[in-house]
Write a protein that binds this ligand. Structure first.
Ligand code: ADP
Ligand code: MG
Length: 708
């Protein structure tokens, strides 16, 4: 991922001190090459010059001590799981360090080892640090001496340990901080000079950033903590800069391009479509439609973000816009982030579309090869007017006859590159992206900076409130009673289990177990189970059964989190809600409250009041505003977590943290935009370094951006 020469691209296992076993562990930290290794940044630093005596250690703030381990203990406790405890003495006092649930530390500590500990100091019988950062100082004993000597690490050993600042690396099983530091010293001494500079000198000077070689040196072996900080800033800036460069190229090139299609709302299909709907569009929807109509009728391509809270009625707007393209003789595509959502869109709309004479299809990863070939053919010849799909839409084999408009649903689940890939399926098609997830305005400007924004403020009329309640696990039977009553009133119910990651086998078992329990408790009810591992054809059947009220209760994982729309389902039970982010809970809750019944969202949890987790749930119980919830998420968990799971449209920044580094983002954005303003195709000689870095970094995907 980084600009490297061939040596830097060699596998990290060939690095001295690493080898195949440790290389495997490093892979879990996304380190595959020696170059990646150099860019493995510490999570934090311990400043040895701050070491104080245990007796003088102030309480409730972070402190660092150095001492000898005098006792170790490993315990399994009833509710807290594994507990690793050590006592450390430095002749002025004794401090207790405790780690919860860190099986990797079980055999780590020995009496008489010298250790540095850094963490918040608390007091319970004696001074304590809970989950502190630590560094064991290797003894100059014969055995370790020997291993160091045979590896020729004598020199580096000294160097590594005389420095006053200790980087603490992200670790996984089988790797110690010492392993990493030792090999890092070697890697830097041997390979650092091979790194190519990736920022131009004028930017380095302007912001006082170190060059790339100094940057890497200062990240790993800083003399002062500020050196490491400035080096890190440079990496963040650089990451933002190249990201914003993509946006700048998209935005400015689209602005310049006059090659877009003029697609006017002729009313041929659109009027019939509106007449076929069982409801009237709201004034808010009409206003957004006006904005879209104007955009599409212009000769330059539309590039619009439609933001509207869950259930505000965005889909019908998307279909309308797609019909404008189709009545002008073009094709339309809608990309959704999950198969289950793409399937829903298709099954909800294809009949109505067919009645208008519009042929539509569904293309996902589950589409069988034979059918897929037929679809490719139909899409290529233009026989298919409208394609609903997932990422499968952006595969190479998909070629459109004449793509007039591309729509991305739940945009926050996609990255900027996937957006670009869909766009690239046509020649400057109109582009509409939709999201329910609000993000703070500043970030929006920066991350969706290449898009115009429409907002859908009100929800369709007649919707009743959703009442949210936290229920203690102890009172589960009351919830079951409530379910019983609701079933007699013909309500439909979601029961959501926290399968955050579809690969977590344990969670999957939990969902299946819940399903079996629910079946045995509610014998009279028709219960379905849905999760990511269920085959597409089966899943479609289950969802359609639930939609048609052939099922009363749907036990589900988070696969239904976004977009699913089954208005008669008015009750949602969420198990272990404390494991979800607030925005994710909001998305989930958005599945109900779509009909004319009052809806109930019930959170069953065993977290006790007076905990942070409970506070969060309380906030969720009392807040229905997706924007406030997102802000709170950002505050508590940081931007990467806004969107719950690992998948989210915020680019996966490696170094940057959108909240913490906001000011750098703005600077990087200004630099990128003013650069492209002056040199839209990066042709000038002084910009070749940027151009080459950019091309390398985004490799083959660059064609998407219509550069050069
Ligand atoms: P979202 O914005 O979350 O994607 P949907 O497009 O799924 O929302 O719409 C939610 C529900 O509201 C759907 O069942 C849809 O048919 C319905 N709906 C959309 N617009 C209106 C309207 N103007 N009046 C009544 N119901 C509407
Ligand atoms: Mg939707």
């Amino acid at each position: 991922m980084f600009t490297t020469t061939s040596t830097l691209e060699s596998p990290v296992q060939y690095l001295k001190g690493i080898g195949p076993k440790k290389a495997k562990h490093l892979k879990r930290l996304n380190v595959e090459t020696i170059g990646d290794f150099l860019f493995l940044v510490p999570r934090r630093y311990i400043d040895r010059s701050n070491i104080v005596k245990i007796r003088e250690l102030p309480l409730d703030i972070e402190g660092t001590i150095f001492g000898k381990i005098v006792a170790t203990n490993v315990k399994i406790t009833k509710n807290k799981g594994l507990l690793v405890t050590i006592l450390v003495s430095d002749n002025t006092g004794v401090l207790e360090a405790i780690w919860f649930n860190r099986p990797d530390l079980k055999d780590k500590f020995r009496v008489n080892q010298k250790i540095i500990l850094s963490g918040i100091v608390t007091f319970r019988y004696r001074k304590q640090m809970i989950n502190p950062f630590y560094e064991i100082i290797p003894e100059n004993t014969n055995s370790s001496r020997k291993s160091i000597a045979t590896n020729n690490f004598d020199q580096s050993f000294k160097f590594v340990y005389t420095g006053g600042i200790i980087p603490i690396y992200p670790l996984t099983e089988g790797l110690t901080n010492w392993d990493i530091r030792r090999s890092m010293r070697y890697a830097i001494d041997t390979y650092c000079n091979d790194l190519n500079e990736t920022l131009p000198i004028n930017i380095l000077r302007k912001y006082n950033f170190p060059n790339i070689v100094q940057t890497i040196q200062n990240i790993h072996f800083p003399e002062k903590i500020t050196d490491a900080q400035i080096a890190y800033k440079r990496l963040v800036f650089e990451e933002f800069f190249y990201f914003e460069l993509i946006l700048a190229l998209q935005k400015l090139n689209i602005l310049r391009s006059t090659k877009g299609y003029i697609l006017e709302d002729k009313g041929i299909l659109t009027q019939k479509f509106i007449a076929s709907l069982p409801f009237k569009l709201t004034p808010g929807q009409l206003k957004v439609l006006d904005e879209i109509r104007n955009d599409m009728a212009r000769p330059r391509p539309m590039n619009r973000l439609l933001q509207g809270d869950v259930g505000s009625g965005k889909t019908v707007i998307a279909i309308y816009a797609m019909l404008i393209a189709i009545e002008n003789g073009y094709q339309a595509a809608l990309m959704a982030p999950t198969e289950i959502l793409a399937e829903q869109h298709y099954f909800v709309w294809y009949q109505r579309l067919k009645e208008l004479g519009v042929s539509s299809c569904l293309l996902t990863g589950s589409t069988k090869i034979k059918e897929r070939k037929l679809l490719y053919e139909g899409i290529r010849t233009g026989n298919i007017n409208l394609v609903f799909g997932t990422h499968a839409l952006i595969e190479e084999n998909v070629m459109f006859h004449k793509l007039g408009i591309a729509v991305v649903d739940e945009q926050h689940r996609f990255g900027v590159m996937q957006r670009a890939a869909l766009l690239n399926k046509g020649i400057n098609p109109d582009f509409l992206v939709m999201t329910a997830t609000p993000i703070p305005r500043t970030l929006q400007l920066t991350i969706y900076g290449d898009l115009d924004v429409s907002k859908l403020v009100e929800k369709p009329p007649g919707r009743k409130k959703t009442i949210t309640r936290i229920v203690d696990e102890k009172n589960r039977s009351q919830v079951y009673q409530f379910i019983k009553e609701s079933l007699t009133k013909k309500r439909q119910i979601y029961i959501v289990c926290p399968l955050i990651d579809e690969s977590e086998k344990m969670d999957l078992r939990a969902a299946i177990k819940t399903y079996q329990e629910i079946q045995s408790i509610f014998k009279e009810a028709r219960v379905g189970l849905i999760h990511g591992r269920i085959k597409s054809s089966e899943r479609i059947k289950i969802m359609e059964d639930f939609r048609n009220h052939q099922l009363d209760i749907l036990v589900t994982t988070t696969v239904i989190e976004v977009g699913i729309d089954i208005p008669n389902a008015s009750i949602m039970i969420i198990e272990h809600p404390e494991r979800f982010g607030l925005s994710q809970l909001h998305q989930l809750r958005g599945r109900i409250g779509r009909g004319t019944e009052v809806s109930y969202c019930i959170l069953i949890t065993s977290v006790g009041p007076n905990s942070i987790a409970y506070e969060r749930l309380k906030f969720f119980e009392q807040t229905d505003d997706g924007f406030l919830l997102a802000e709170k998420d950002l505050e508590i968990r940081g931007p990467g977590e806004i969107f719950g799971t690992r998948q989210h449209g915020l680019p996966d920044f490696h170094f940057a943290d959108l909240k913490r580094d906001e000011h750098l983002l703005f600077k990087a954005r200004d630099e990128a935009f003013s650069l492209i303003e002056k040199d839209p195709r990066l042709e000038r000689s002084e910009n070749q370094l940027i151009r080459n870095t950019f091309l390398k970094r985004f490799k083959n995907r660059i064609g998407l951006l219509r550069v050069g």
